[in-house]
Design a protein around this ligand. Structure first.
Ligand SMILES: [Zn+2]
Length: 257
């Protein structure tokens, strides 16, 4: 991909030692996001140089993971979860990338808790959540309101607790109600369509227009087409492409923010 396309350059600050709430605000400021909800998080990440791929189904026990390879950040997503949870996972990995990229960063439970707080603050900015009448609300209001931030009902409930907008008792009660209604594992109501990679979609169509079939790409990578598809959000057209290879030019792909 990097040989044949011009992809957005990585633009992630290193914020080791920041508290997660502040780090989320700094990234939002740097990327000009203000305090509004983010309609599509994967688009935002890709526009700032994060390469996104999906994990194959044989590793579904992993939520998601991220790493830097030659200074380029990568996030691999588990696509078997609800759209809301995938989005939260992507924000959680962004938290790891900005907070824990350096040596001597926290690891284990401490790092997980920080990435979690970062994700909640990044997706549900304090100012925005607090501008809505969500004090001491019940589970039904949470189920309706979660759509604004495109998060799981449980995640919004937890954020309200974190911001002191519901009491500890109210939060526990809400968790029980949400669990009973099936929100512990998924989003039975008001579920969102999972986000997917626009960069991969564009690359596949540019290569196709250039005469390169998915089979050609897979061959070049020494994997088969189904494995290629597993790492590309199922975006690879699986039909056999019989068209001959045309003149292969270096396609310039630029993403407009
Ligand atoms: Zn983590």
């Amino acid at each position: 991909m990097s040989e044949r396309f011009t992809l957005p350059a990585p633009d992630l600050p290193t914020l080791s030692g920041y508290d997660p709430e502040t780090a989320a605000r700094v990234v939002r400021e740097r990327w000009g996001l203000g305090t509004a909800p983010i309609p599509n998080l994967l688009d935002v990440l890709e526009a700032h140089g994060v390469r996104i791929f999906s994990l194959a189904m044989d590793v579904v026990e992993i939520d998601a993971f991220s790493f830097f390879h030659r200074k380029t950040p990568f996030v691999l997503m588990n696509t078997s979860k609800s759209g809301e949870r995938q989005r939260f996972d992507a924000a959680h990995e962004l938290g790891h990338l900005v907070l824990h990229a350096e040596e001597n960063s926290p690891s284990g439970r401490e790092a997980e808790a920080q990435a979690h707080r970062f994700a909640a603050a990044f997706l549900m900015p304090k100012e925005d959540v607090m501008s809505f009448p969500l004090w001491n609300v019940g589970s039904q209001t949470v189920i309706k309101s979660k759509k604004r931030w495109r998060v799981a009902a449980m995640a919004l409930a937890h954020r309200l607790r974190e911001l002191g907008m519901v009491t500890e008792w109210g939060y526990r009660d809400m968790c029980i109600q949400l669990s009973r209604a099936g929100y512990r594992r998924g989003e039975p109501q008001n579920a969102m369509i999972p986000e997917t990679s626009q960069v991969l979609r564009k690359i596949l169509s540019a290569l196709r227009a250039d005469g390169t079939s998915p089979a050609d790409i897979a061959k070049e990578l020494h994997i088969d087409v189904s494995e290629l598809n597993a790492h590309m959000f199922g975006l690879v057209p699986l039909a056999v492409d019989g068209e001959g290879n045309g003149e292969r030019s270096r396609a310039a792909l630029r993403l407009v923010q």
